[in-house]
Structures are given as structure tokens and as C-alpha cells.
Design a protein around this ligand. Sequence first.
Ligand SMILES: Nc1nc2c(ncn2[C@@H]2O[C@H](COP(=O)(O)OP(=O)(O)O)[C@@H](O)[C@H]2O)c(=O)[nH]1
Ligand SMILES: [Mg+2]
Length: 315
Amino acid sequence: MPANLTPQYMEAEEAYKRATTADEKIAAVEEMLRTIPKHKGTEKLQADLRKRLARLRAEGRELRKKGKADPYCVQREGAGQVFVVGPPNSGKSALVGALTNAKVVVAPYPYATPLPVPGMMKFENIQIQLVDCPPISASNCPPALTASMRTGDGVMIVLDASSDSCLDDLDEQLALLRERKVIEDAKRFLIVASKIDLPDAAINADILAEACGEAQLVRVSTTSGHGICELPEIIFAMLGIIRLYPKPPGKEEPDQNSPVTLPAGSTVADLAEAIHRDLPQTMKGAKVWGSTRFGGQLAPREWVLEDGDIVEFRT
Ligand SMILES: Nc1nc2c(ncn2[C@@H]2O[C@H](COP(=O)(O)OP(=O)(O)O)[C@@H](O)[C@H]2O)c(=O)[nH]1
Ligand SMILES: [Mg+2]
């Protein structure tokens, strides 16, 4: 360990450890190089950092190239990204079209959706991204598509409940998504029985519901509108996120239109970190309205927040 590393350098190193994206890592290493004391004792470390920076930049270029070259890759937007998947003609595009602004193609023939199409769905004061996907089956499932799905926050499996094959379709979809590690034990997913307006669909949906076991099944029809209004809230609940409202001290009301969304179970410290990386260190305390017994009660950093909480940080 070379001597005389400055606090600025240590801070940049911390930022590097916390970085989650390639760009954040590059920025942190650049800062480490800028702040490292330039003398004999740090020469080796400087060389290592330059190598690391070159490697990160090359990886970044490669990723960007792939991002352009990989048509299955979808830029994540909003409070969560949910892939809408299923066999051909099950009503995926119609559903994404009903819930979002996406320009989907709904058609009575299979493979009308050759590539993923994202759209934004509004739930109260947040937006959740839904991605209309090409159909997948055991015989036709591009690895690049399932690789893209793995980076999402959740999956909706849409099955045509009017079809005699819907139970087999369910098994096939679940087996495929598990094999490709899109849904693992912890991954969030939802099963949608579509076209519930058609004959036999209600009975088939009951059979599907039984086969689903613990997994949640939702019955919908884009034709009759059945179940459509309820879906945004169900999808929000599936994602397991909470909305939090930071309030500057002295201000009467927080901005209700731009909550910070975090995984359920997040604490006061997690919210501080999400707002500013220095805030967990600089904060002296937090007042919380909502989950605490009294409005504006002082809460410790490990206090678990709930959806809708208002938090005022004291610095
Ligand atoms: N009756 C009925 N038909 C639907 C419904 N949703 C979709 N369809 C029809 O089913 C066909 C396939 O729909 P589409 O959304 O393109 O399926 P995708 O291949 O899964 O994207 C089209 O002819 C749609 O009009 C529904 O809720 N009820
Ligand atoms: Mg489609």
C-alpha cells in the first residue's frame, strides 16, 4: 500500500467500489488517476489504474456496439422494466397496446412482433416500462432475447385462455424461462390469462389458476376491457417497489409527482444513499411521515420505510 493517498483519492476509490455502471466506473477511475499523488511510491498503482481505465473504456465501447447491434436489447426506463412474454398470438401486443403508448402491431397471425417494443405504463404517479416481446417457444427462442429479459425486473407470461393448449403453453413457457434463468425462485413474474371474453376461456382460466399454484394469475380481455384497469396496480405490487417522497426541511409539502422508487424493505439510509452518495455520512437524522407512529417522528437510519413515506433529512 503506497503511502500518502489523499482523502480525495480514497473517496474516488469508494465511488469506484459503489459504481454499478460502466460509465460510473470509468468516471471513478479517472478521478482516482487525477487525485493520486504522483511520486515513485505510487507508480505501480498509477500504471494499474491506467490499465484498468483502458480495459473499462474498451468494454464500454464493446457494450455500446452490442447495444446497437443487439436489437433485443431494450434501454430500461421508469420505475421498473417488465417483459411481456408468451407463445404466438396469445394477445401480448394487444395487452401492451392497451396499457401503454407503445406502437404495437396486433395481428391474427403469429410473429407479427419480430423484436421487443417498449412502452410506458402509468401507475398513479410513476411510470413502469412494459416490453412487448416476440413469441417464444421450445423450438424458437433466441438466446439474445432471453438474455435481454434477464436484465429486467419482472416478467408477465400471457396465455390465450380460449386456447385448448393453454395449460401445455404454461408448462412450456415456465420450463423455457426457468431453463434460460429468466425466472428463478426469486424473480418476479405474473401469469395473465388473456382473451377471457371468448368461449371456454373462463373454464380454462380456472384450470390454469390451479396449475399456477402460488404464482398469481390475472384474467384479462383487451376486447371487453375485463381486468385491464386493475393491471397497473398488480404489476406495481409484483415489482415489490415503494415510492418515497424526500422533503427539504422547511418546505410544507414534498413533490408528489416525482417519488424516489426503491425496493421494498429499503431503509432511511438507503433513501439517503439514493438521493446523494454523501448523504448517509452527512445526515444527522431523518423525520418520517407515514410508517412512523407519529407524523414527523425522528427515525434511525435503519428504519424500514413504507410505500408513500415522506422523509425529511436533517444535515
Ligand atoms: N377476443 C379477443 N381477441 C384478442 C384479445 N387480445 C388479442 N386478441 C386477438 O388475438 C390476435 C393476436 O393478438 P396479438 O396481440 O397480436 O398477439 P401476440 O402475438 O401475442 O402479440 C389478434 O387477432 C387480436 O385481435 C382479447 O382480449 N379478446
Ligand atoms: Mg405480438
